[in-house]
Design a protein around this ligand. Structure first.
Ligand code: ATP
Ligand code: MG
Length: 330
């Protein structure tokens, strides 16, 4: 069965503080494990929207690995690419919520099964007839072998004729912005869809403003779709304009602001991942970039309304109901 979407990356479970204001360096209550890991949240959200999704990663032969695999199976995510490594334990993210709304993390990932990603884990079968490979910069930033896996997956996806989607998800604690700019270049160049935040887009280029960066990108690839996420405000779709190019300046950029939805934020984990999944699921199903982005805003908004990394990833019908009952911001 050919996949609509394939992704890869760090398989984690999340264990979080039960209350706000409980730092990670003192004893207090935890709650979990909850299945997590950005690429896995993405995969589950896309599957709940009806896409055929596969994911490549690694868990240990333990209860936490089973917790994640059980969730993937319940959501009908293709787990052929999830390797069970007997010599490693499943990755864990410990999370606390600070009073100012920020979060702190302790990751057990690099030396866990999650940190053992390598190009050998890629299976040609998963790429046959594939429609879209989704790549996250946070995964590429983990270590050299993960970056190598990404480069090889990119080549295999291009050979299979798949579209390429890239979310830079810059994590400065894993890789500096300077290194990311260099390491992510092949993915940005290959992308059909780019989903950065405004800040990420500027960090990854020499240009001084977002319009200039996108104009440069469109000059190389006129059909590129850039979707810039803006948190609670929603997002902005930038594509090549139908208007004539201005000589000496380059292609005109069409900018389409897409308003976000007003919700009560309970837990921000997974907003970007659910947004990516919403956009790709609808775009691959035939929606225009603006329609897919509106839908993605709803997925991102719903993602922050529930505690637990995958709890806010809703089914297609639920997102559609939410969109009917709520007006996006102007
Ligand atoms: P991440 O840390 O997950 O990578 P990000 O910076 O990539 O986050 P955000 O811009 O925070 O992504 O969120 C992605 C999308 O989710 C936004 O474009 C918006 O559609 C939606 N979203 C996020 N936070 C909120 C919120 N508080 N209210 C409504 N919608 C939100
Ligand atoms: Mg992000």
């Amino acid at each position: 069965m050919a996949l609509d979407i394939l992704t890869f990356g760090e398989a984690l479970v999340e264990v979080m503080r039960t209350d706000v204001g409980q730092p990670l360096d003192q004893p207090a209550l935890f709650m979990g494990p909850y299945p997590s890991g950005a690429p896995f949240i993405f995969a589950v959200q896309a599957a709940r929207l009806g896409a055929k999704v596969g994911v490549i990663g690694a868990v240990g032969q333990d209860a936490f690995g089973k917790c994640l695999l059980d969730q993937l199976k319940a959501d009908q995510v293709d787990t052929r690419g999830v390797h069970v490594l007997p010599d490693y334990t499943t990755g864990v993210a410990f999370v606390s919520y600070n009073i100012d709304g920020s979060r702190d993390f302790v990751f057990h990932a690099r030396h866990a099964a999650a940190g053992q990603l390598s190009p050998q884990m890629l299976d040609k079968e998963l790429f046959k007839g594939l429609k879209c490979l989704h790549i996250m910069g946070s995964t590429l930033s983990m270590h050299q072998e993960a970056l190598q896996l990404g480069l090889q997956a990119l080549e295999m996806a291009q050979d299979a004729g798949a579209k390429i989607s890239f979310d830079p998800n810059i994590r400065p604690q894993l890789m500096s912005a300077d290194r990311a700019r260099y390491a992510f270049a092949p993915f940005i160049e290959a992308a059909d869809v780019l989903i950065p935040s405004e800040e990420e887009l500027l960090l990854l280029s020499d240009a001084y403003n977002v319009d200039a960066v996108v104009q440069d990108l469109l000059e190389d690839k006129p059909e590129l779709i850039v979707v810039i996420t803006k948190g609670a405000e929603g997002c902005m779709v930038m594509t090549q304009s139908d208007l004539d190019e201005i000589p000496g300046i380059g292609p005109m950029v069409a900018v389409d602001p897409i308003g976000g939805y007003v919700v009560e934020e309970v837990d921000p984990t997974g907003a970007g991942d659910c947004f990516d999944a919403g956009f790709l699921a609808r775009w691959l199903a035939g929606d225009s970039p603006a329609e897919a982005a509106q839908f993605a805003n709803a997925c991102g908004a719903l993602a922050v309304t529930a505690k637990g990394p995958m709890a806010g990833a809703r089914k297609l019908a639920e997102v559609q109901t939410f969109m009917r009952e709520n007006e996006p911001q102007e």
